[in-house]
Design a protein around this ligand. Structure first.
Ligand code: PEP
Ligand code: MG
Length: 928
């Protein structure tokens, strides 16, 4: 038996979004909970898929019969007739898939109008102008969506009638004008498509249903699904909703608007939205007229505003989620046309989560799960530096927060092209349309000169978390000449501007930005997350300042302190170089003795900043040559020095030679005491000789240290064993710092971590240094030290021999950057610039394994290591400190694999805390 394809709003299951689409399910659910929704029905996504799969291009058998039955019901409910010239029923034909894809698919309004029914509509409503206005809108929309005729063709005809009649705007056009427009529009269709506009309403309906289904495979929709990784499991096909039309443009007791049950920019518990009196919904969304804030309705239409507030409460109580709804008022009656979960920025998501728990609408688990951890990244978006003084050249509506600078670009294609080349661009448009979506993806921010906070530009930018300034009316965009007038300035394409989505200000040039503050609500939310999570979240931090920042973000320790970052600081690098160049153990020791107190102070600072949490300090990892200049650079410096030596020698003769030319040389020609000439004259060439000698030595050392595969070479523990003085100095610095902290009564928990270990023997070898130094420090400070000794796991052999490593190591930390490199045999330095993008593009590797942990390969090695280690030592402490430690999907896997903690860069700590809670709360649905 063939499936049922059509459900009335009274019978459809409001929870079955996959079958009915989000919009259809919402309309069914709203109807069934008693919200005033215009009557209608839904054609299922199954019908869409059957149609798209058919080779004939026909709708599935029996579908139109079912549609006819339901149209009869609509006729009964409305008392109107479909195609009835006396009392016509008009419908909207709307797309809607399981996941909201705003503006990505097609919708047709006012269907059912033809040359006969338009007369009936005029009579029915007593408003001829309205009827012809509806008709011309229908012909244009149908012509565009179902017949592929560009808007411009219709706009030209409309413009011609305006010029002839002297109407300044659409509102000034009379019924006669609009009647003429309808005729011209029919001619446009006939000329463009060599066939008449369909007059039969059933033909209109059949074509409209097909167009809605086809729009599922349209470029915009396909691009959108690819960008947001929407899989067929999440949304497959679009449903088609057929709804009796209600009109917001039937006079001053009619109107239309969009609302959010709470403010989507701040999360404040206050209805937010915009409306227009005597207008159709498309006027609001397209930004053609600038709407009024919803609160103004309290004065203008108090009775309806009260109803709107009741609608808002009913929606939130039922859906237990912030709703984004559309409404229309037809002659004083309020209808809700659509509702869906509101897309909000992270600030609003966090605030509403916390407040909805306080209001008893949600429990903590629900409040945490409704926030995508990655979205918290938006809270780390920069705002403009308040100390920087700049005057805006224009101001619009603060439509989506965050600040961004970039080159002005006036069309989406160019924005995409430049964005792909890595340029920062701001997409500047009069208004945006759904077909501009690829430009949004590429742009750092969006600026429009028309439209409100619910215009397309605003909604899409907010959803993407990109800054947007909308409706900046002081800007006039001249796309044809690739320029915009902003205030009294002319801005050309490519000129840099800055937009501030928090204030709506637009500036010329790039303005410095600062990191945002952590809100109290985010603190609360993350505390709830910590209660649910099993994984602890630590930070990768290399300096006391980083450690403090990490604490501020809620890290409960440092999972990785990379000591080489300290070596690279400008006050230490010369000493490190001195150590590398040393030609004997004694001279090397002199350099190390200089480094020791500096490192001790570093470690003390970090231990103090993190007290009483653990701090895992990794001993030196990179190969030595990384601290020397490049060989090519050294060779160039040497050549320059030798040239300088010649110049100095020659300069010293130059003055005498010049006097041969002119014994009366004027004073201005003579070198001044502070001039370069004088300096060269006075220069001691032995200084140059010494520098040349040093550089030659450096070049020679760099050549000796050169390796074909340095990342697989003389680094990490291999270096620590062959050059023991370096590790010994670092161990001593750590333990002395610990002893000094203990003397100051600070609770500190250092952990010494060895990189690149592949065998137990390596660990044992370095452990001997640790044991000896521990004894020395304990004796010197007269106290007992408490610390852990452990290893990174970033070599495949370490995973395979994890059990025996536990004989010496007290903890493990997966270095998944190197472990991924080792598992794939992909160079982590090169893969991402060379073949990986191609591999990803072609689906050979679905995701970049250096970003998202490769569960099937690297993950299996990790699981093996965890099992082996825990079998040997139950509860053995195991963490991760590669970049994957801050990636939500990878954190989910780490939870599954039984890790103790994850460690990531400080700004990702909040994301990791929430992701760790999500993993714990959703572990029942793991599919590893
Ligand atoms: C790793 O390899 O994952 C790691 C954290 O170490 P690094 O990135 O410093 O090599
Ligand atoms: Mg590593």
């Amino acid at each position: 038996m063939r499936p049922k394809y059509v459900y009335s709003f009274h019978e459809g299951d409001g929870k079955n979004k996959k079958l009915l689409g989000g919009k259809g399910a919402g309309l069914c659910e709203m109807t069934q909970i008693g919200i005033n929704v215009p009557p209608g029905f839904v054609i299922t996504t199954e019908a869409c898929l059957a149609y798209l799969a058919s080779e004939t291009g026909e709708l599935p058998d029996g579908l139109m019969e079912e549609v006819k039955e339901h149209i009869k019901e609509l006729e009964k409910a409305t008392g109107k007739g479909f195609g009835d010239p006396e009392n016509p029923l008009l419908v909207s034909v709307r797309s809607g898939s399981a996941l909201s894809m705003p503006g990505m698919m097609d919708t047709i309004l006012n269907l059912g109008l033809n040359s006969d029914t338009v007369v009936g509509l005029a009579r029915q409503t007593g408003n001829e102008r309205f009827a012809y206005d509806a008709n011309r809108r229908f012909i244009q929309l149908f012509g565009k969506v179902a017949m592929g005729i560009p808007d411009e063709e219709f706009d030209k005809a409309m413009h011609a009638v305006k010029v002839r009649s002297g109407a300044l705007s659409d509102i000034d056009m009379t019924a006669e004008d609009l009647k003429e427009v309808c005729e011209l529009f029919r001619n446009v269709v006939a000329e463009q498509r060599l066939q008449p506009f369909p007059e039969n309403v059933w033909d209109q309906l059949t074509v409209a249903i097909k167009s809605v289904f086809n729009s599922w495979m349209g470029k915009r929709a396909v691009d959108y699904r690819r960008e947001f990784n929407i899989t067929p499991e999440q949304a497959n096909g679009t449903a088609c909703n057929i709804v009796a039309m209600v009109f917001g443009n039937m006079g001053n007791d009619s109107g239309t608007g969009v609302g959010f049950t709470r403010d989507p920019a701040t999360g404040e518990n206050k209805m937010f939205g915009e409306y227009l009196v005597n207008a159709q919904g498309e006027d609001v969304v397209a930004g053609i007229r600038t709407p009024k804030p919803i609160q103004a309705m309290a004065q203008e239409m108090p009775h309806l505003y009260k109803q709107l507030e009741e609608l808002r409460d009913k929606l939130e109580k039922h859906y237990k989620e912030v709703q984004d709804f559309e409404f229309t008022i037809e002659k004083g009656v309020l209808y809700c046309l659509q509702t869906r979960n509101g897309k909000m920025n992270a600030t609003a998501m966090v605030r509403t989560s916390v407040e909805m728990v306080e209001e008893g609408l949600l429990n903590k688990e629900q409040a945490l799960l409704r926030i995508n951890p990655e979205h918290l990244e938006q809270l780390l978006y920069p705002g403009l530096d308040p100390n920087y003084k700049a005057s805006p050249v224009a101001q619009g509506l603060p439509a989506s927060p965050g600040a961004a600078s970039g080159k002005c670009v006036f069309d989406a294609d160019l924005a995409e092209e430049m964005g792909k080349k890595g340029e920062q661009v701001i997409l500047v448009r009069e208004e945006t349309k759904p077909e501009d979506i690829h430009g949004f993806f590429a742009a750092k921010g969006i600026l429009t000169s028309r439209g409100g906070k619910t215009s397309h530009a605003a909604v899409v930018a907010r959803g993407m978390g990109k800054p947007c300034v909308a409706g900046a009316e002081g800007i006039s965009v001249d796309t044809a000449h690739r320029l915009a007038i902003m205030g009294d300035k002319v801005v050309h394409e490519g000129d840099v501007i800055t937009i501030d989505g928090a204030t709506g200000n637009v500036y010329l040039g790039a303005i410095p930005t600062i990191a945002p503050e952590f809100s109290p609500q985010l603190h609360t939310l993350l505390e709830w997350a910590d209660d649910k999570a099993r994984l602890a979240v630590m930070a990768n931090a290399d300096t006391p300042e980083d450690a403090e920042r990490a604490r501020h973000y809620g890290a409960v320790g440092i999972g990785l302190c990379r000591t080489e970052r300290m070596f690279n600081a400008s006050d230490r690098l010369p000493i490190v170089v001195e150590m590398i160049l040393a030609d004997s153990p004694e001279s090397r020791q002199i350099a190390l003795d200089k480094l020791l107190p500096i490192q001790r102070e570093d470690f003390k600072g970090i231990l103090k900043a993190m007290s009483p949490y653990p701090v895992t300090i990794r001993l030196l990892d990179p190969p030595m040559h990384e601290f020397l200049p490049l060989e090519t650079e050294l060779a160039q410096q040497l050549a320059d020095l030798k040239e300088l030596k010649q110049i100095v020698a020659k300069s010293q003769k130059t003055l005498d030679t010049l006097k041969l030319v002119d014994p009366q040389l004027p004073p201005s020609f003579m070198a001044t005491p502070e001039g370069l000439q004088m300096k060269l004259l006075a220069m001691d060439t032995s200084l140059i000789d010494k520098t040349i000698e040093d550089k030659e030595l450096m070049l020679q050392r760099a050549r000796v240290l050169r390796e074909v595969n340095p990342m697989l070479g003389h680094r990490g523990v291999r270096l620590g064993i062959t050059n023991p003085e370096i590790y010994k100095m670092q161990i001593k610095a750590i333990l002395e710092a610990t002893a000094e902290c203990v003397k100051e009564n600070l609770e500190v928990h250092p952990e010494i971590m060895i990189p690149q270990v592949c065998s137990l023997e390596e660990l044992r070898w370095v452990k001997q240094y640790v044991d000896t130094i521990r004894q020395e420090v304990e004796d010197a400070y007269n106290l007992k030290l408490d610390f852990k000794y452990g290893t990174m796991i970033e070599v495949v052999r370490a995973c395979l021999t994890a059990a025996e490593l536990t004989e010496v190591a007290e903890f493990f930390s997966f270095g998944t950057n190197d472990l991924t490199q080792a598992t794939f045999s992909f160079s982590r330095e090169d893969a991402e610039n060379k073949f990986l993008p191609f591999y990803q593009d072609k689906g050979i590797i679905p995701e970049n394994p250096f970003e998202s942990l490769d569960v099937n390969g690297v993950g299996q090695l990790m699981k093996l290591a965890v099992e082996k280690a825990r079998k040997a030592v139950p509860n053995f402490k195991i963490g991760i400190c590669g970049e994957h430690g801050g990636h939500p999907a990878s954190i989910r896997f780490c939870h599954h694999a039984g890790l103790t903690y994850v460690s990531c860069s400080a700004p990702r700590v909040p994301i990791a805390r929430l992701a760790a809670a999500h993993a714990a709360m959703t572990q029942a649905s793991f599919d590893y």
